[in-house]
Design a protein around this ligand. Structure first.
Ligand code: 5GP
Ligand code: ZN
Length: 137
């Protein structure tokens, strides 16, 4: 994975703004965002990407990530709450597209060690297509 930046166009009141995104070397999800690592993309837009989890835990298990690297939910919320809103909106779009919005689904941000986070590029798990249990393991 190189250090080459990607330029994206972001809509705004004053018109599109060009934002440079620098992939973090050795970050798996930056690699997917840069199309350097293959993934089954289900939908994408200039700010966020949705792709199927390689190890699905339910009939529908999709990850939604920002193109920009933020390590976890706390850092994303502190850095760009608008991008967090985009991420959550994209998670719901995925649920609608996968036909699980009516039956219900779960959106999970595993955060940190006790949260079970294994990839340090923030991602929302969108999980559904079966009955979820509570409490989670
Ligand atoms: P976490 O454990 O950080 O909450 O979630 C990371 C998720 O990324 C896991 O559900 C894992 O299955 C998924 N994952 C790990 N490596 C890959 C990969 O190379 N491609 C895809 N599509 N998913 C991956
Ligand atoms: Zn990253």
């Amino acid at each position: 994975m190189g250090s080459q930046e990607t330029t994206i166009s972001v809509g705004g009141v004053a018109g599109p703004v060009h934002v440079k995104i620098f992939p973090v070397p050795d970050c798996l999800f930056c690699g997917i965002a840069a199309s350097e690592i293959p993934a089954t993309i289900v939908s994408s837009n200039p700010r966020t990407i949705a792709f199927r989890d390689i190890n699905p835990q339910a009939p529908v298990h999709i990850l939604v990530i920002p193109r920009a690297h933020h390590p976890n939910l706390a850092e994303l919320a502190a850095a760009d709450v608008g991008l967090l809103a985009d991420l959550v909106a994209h998670a719901h779009e995925v649920a609608l597209a996968e036909g699980i919005a009516d039956t219900g689904y779960r959106v999970v941000f595993n955060t940190g060690r006790h949260g079970g986070q294994t990839v340090d590029h923030v991602h929302a798990h969108v999980i559904g297509g079966r009955q979820m249990t509570w409490p989670p393991g």
